[in-house]
Design a protein. Structure first.
Length: 212
């Protein structure tokens, strides 16, 4: 006897990525601050060599020139916490750095431990250097991978997110991600950052079962 109706598919434990694009005036302000910071940090240094990625020091969230981006990223994080139904919690930047990816440069798959959210803001991208890859965080799904007729959210092991100038992408810090080789003839310029709850140790790090 055949089934009379299709089974209900219940989606369990989905991952998420949030993406937004800064409005024009703010995008210009952020870009100017980032490029000015690059100029200061790299004064007197040679151009980034083909195939290489240059990363700045990781404390750029403290610089005045970076405050437009810092404020915008903090603002965007609010709706993400609301989406997750997390009660109001103050977040702090634990790191913020600029990435200059020369033609041919790529970034291997990695995650950002000991943070809650990670993010990337894009200052300069162009065709051939305008994607961010996210990878299935469940390694066991790669043990058996039969051929499929179409890639969907339920059978793929990687999702490629297109990005553009002014795009800000926020995602769980544990979610593995990578950047494909820059196939353009210009630098890809982005800013990465991490966010963590201000008072995690004081108010959120205790065992969930409370005092015995």
């Amino acid at each position: 006897m055949g089934m009379t109706e299709d089974p209900e598919v219940i989606r369990l434990f989905p991952s998420y990525v949030a993406k937004v694009r800064a409005p024009d005036p703010l995008r210009d302000s952020i870009g100017q601050g980032v490029l000015a910071t690059v100029e200061d940090l790299r004064a007197g240094q040679p151009d980034v060599a083909a195939g290489e990625v240059w990363q700045s020091p990781h404390g750029l969230h403290r610089l005045a020139a970076m405050q437009p981006l810092v404020a915008y990223a903090a603002e965007v994080a609010g709706p993400v916490l609301e989406f997750l139904r997390i009660s109001s919690r103050a977040l702090s930047f634990t790191g913020c750095w600029i990435n200059l990816a020369a033609p041919g440069a790529e970034v291997k798959m990695h995650a950002h431990p000991n943070n809650f959210l990670s993010g990337v803001y894009y200052v300069q991208v162009q065709p051939g250097a305008d994607t961010l890859n996210f990878h299935d965080p469940r390694p066991q799904t790669g043990i058996i991978r039969p051929p499929v007729t179409e890639l969907t959210a339920y059978n793929t092991d990687q999702v490629v997110v297109p990005v553009e100038v002014g795009a800000l992408v926020l995602f769980p810090a544990w979610l593995p991600h990578s950047v494909s080789a820059n196939r353009s003839d210009r630098l890809r310029i982005s800013v990465s950052f991490n966010l963590m709850f201000d008072a995690f140790a004081e108010t959120m790090g205790a065992p969930l079962w409370g005092e015995g």
